[in-house]
Design a protein around this ligand. Structure first.
Ligand code: FAD
Length: 497
């Protein structure tokens, strides 16, 4: 309500925001979560909440009139098509040199991601978060995050014979024949449900390719884990289709937060002000960085320090496909939930996820999303003339990522006598180097904030999402985002409340 006062306001409902809300509520604090995306709790015209990956519709993209598929082409045919403008689930946010894919809705990125729940190897952790004690993370907060997210391992016995993981077994064979370590990775998918999908006993979900535009059944997104527990405390209110535009010091103490109400075309139908004692920025790396950069530059929060908006990276994401021989078919049925990776981080700076290509037909393609050790870091800046926040990432900065990925896939191609696919990202284009799924940084821990996410210059303002991590996590990032949030909120509850 206008003029309302809340003890804690959380901007965004992704991993960082969900951890903050649950822990604050359990500590007796009333929390208001503001989320610009939809609730995703109501079936659409086809009876399902989420659209299928292979059949995008109005629900699929955030405020676009044409889809922007990460794999833009297939067998020479462009895949994109017109759709009605709608507050859909996947945002393909375009900056000068990169498109950043993000989830929109209650649950943030957990709604659209592959569920790969990877804890970095301990020896790699000091480079990920140099100012955080590895012992507390590996003894306390990573285990707490994995438990809270309900992370589980696939049954390897089942996996060995499941038709839907033939693509992953081909990936293993090729990795091992070239001498690369092949590792299983846990997931948040309900494996019992998937086994029943494979047996035809329940509606297909991961086995119907559901991932990028939401998953209707087996994936334990945050709505089923942290957020469900947060709401069950009775202390957490969630406002979907509401976007925070300003956070300013209030005359009587605390902060005045401006919130726009959106309709499903993205139009602003009302603006309200809420006063909050504490504000947690959990709008994701890009969302939090954009807000803080603008609020500092426009004089709303002038005391934020010069690290604001800096240290942003793409987690070294680069995609590629390989064309297999006919004896290495990858299967017409592919589970949309990845289970495996090729870990060549130590030797080549690459951790490659063996990814599905759930097209419903045999493609003879192996598809990979590589996470690489890329040294480039970009900065956000306020473009006053255009009235927007820019990011100075350059497409050529993906070259170290391509070089790292080639340490694995050139060798596999040589060994197998195979070639790269050139039809997935355009015509005659091998590398998907125009995007990231893993934005990280922009309000880096112990630089823009103190070592627990307290923003410098303003008591009661916190960052608690992927913006804290300086650009690279060495693996898929959400377990690390969750664990760091668990660590920081414990300290904040103990010392600040
Ligand atoms: P987010 O989860 O991005 O949440 C931020 C929320 O804030 C969003 O819901 C957003 O709508 C909201 N918001 C933003 N601005 C505002 C505002 N001004 N007002 C109100 N609300 C706002 N990671 C893995 O670890 N494993 C995977 O398998 C994996 N697969 C992925 C696949 C895809 C296609 C994508 C896009 C990402 C994937 N990721 C994966 C990355 C992972 O989802 C993100 O790293 C993670 O969601 C980031 O968490 P966060 O808490 O920082 O923010």
């Amino acid at each position: 309500a206008p003029g309302a006062h809340v003890p804690a306001l959380v901007i965004g409902t992704g991993y960082g925001g969900s951890v903050a809300a649950l822990r604050l509520a359990r500590a007796g604090v009333d929390v208001h979560m503001v989320e610009m995306g939809m609730a995703w709790d109501t079936p659409g015209p086809d009876g399902k909440i989420f659209a299928n990956t292979t059949r995008p519709d109005h629900r699929s993209f955030w405020l676009r009139t044409r889809t922007k598929q990460p794999l833009s082409n297939f067998l020479g045919f462009p895949l994109d098509k017109d759709v009605p403008r709608y507050t859909g689930i996947l945002d393909a946010e375009e900056f000068g040199g990169i498109t950043v894919y993000q989830g929109r809705g209650v649950g943030g990125g957990s709604l659209v991601n592959g569920g790969m729940a990877v804890t970095p190897r301990r020896e790699n952790f000091p480079a990920v978060l140099p100012t955080v004690d590895p012992a507390e993370m590996y003894d306390v907060y990573y285990p707490r995050a994995n438990a809270g997210l309900e992370v589980a391992d696939v049954d390897q016995g089942w996996w060995e014979s499941a038709a839907c993981y033939q693509y992953a077994r081909v990936g293993r064979k090729h990795a091992e024949r070239s001498g690369f370590p092949f590792v299983f990775v846990p997931n948040v998918y309900d494996w019992d449900y998937m086994e029943q999908e494979a047996a035809g006993a329940v509606p297909a979900s991961a086995l119907d390719g559901e991932v990028l535009f939401g998953n209707n059944h087996g994936k334990k997104s945050l709505q089923k884990t942290y957020l469900a527990r947060a709401v069950a405390t009775g202390r957490v209110a969630v406002s979907p289709l509401h976007r925070v535009t300003s956070v300013a010091p209030a005359p009587g103490g605390g902060y005045r937060v401006l919130v726009e109400r959106l309709d499903t075309t993205g139009a602003v139908t009302a603006t309200t002000a809420v006063t909050a004692d504490r504000v947690f920025f959990a709008a994701g790396s890009v969302g939090t960085s954009k807000l803080l950069t603008r609020l500092k530059a426009t004089g709303v929060l002038p005391a934020l320090n010069d690290e604001t908006g800096k240290g942003w990276g793409d987690n070294g994401n680069v995609m590629c496909g390989r064309a297999n021989h006919m004896w290495d078919a990858t299967g017409s049925l592919q589970s949309a939930m990845p289970t495996a990776g090729i870990d060549n981080w130590a030797a080549g700076g690459v951790f490659a996820e063996v990814a599905p290509l759930p097209t419903g037909i045999e493609t003879y393609a192996s598809f990979y999303l590589s996470i690489t050790r890329n040294p480039h870091r970009a900065a956000f800046s306020w473009n006053a003339a255009a009235g927007r926040v820019d990011l100075d990432w350059q497409t050529v900065w993906k070259q170290p990522s391509i070089a790292a990925a080639r340490t694995v896939f050139d060798k596999i191609n040589t060994k197998e006598g195979t070639i790269y696919r050139t039809d997935l990202f355009g015509s005659c284009k091998i590398w998907g180097d125009h995007l990231t799924y893993h934005p990280l940084g922009g309000a880096v821990l112990d630089r823009a904030t103190d070592n627990h996410g307290r923003l410098h210059g303003y008591r009661g303002l916190y960052v608690i999402d992927g913006a804290l991590i300086p650009g690279n996590a060495s693996v898929n990032p959400f377990v690390t985002i969750t664990a760091l949030a668990e660590r920081n909120i414990e300290e904040i509850i103990a010392k600040d409340l």
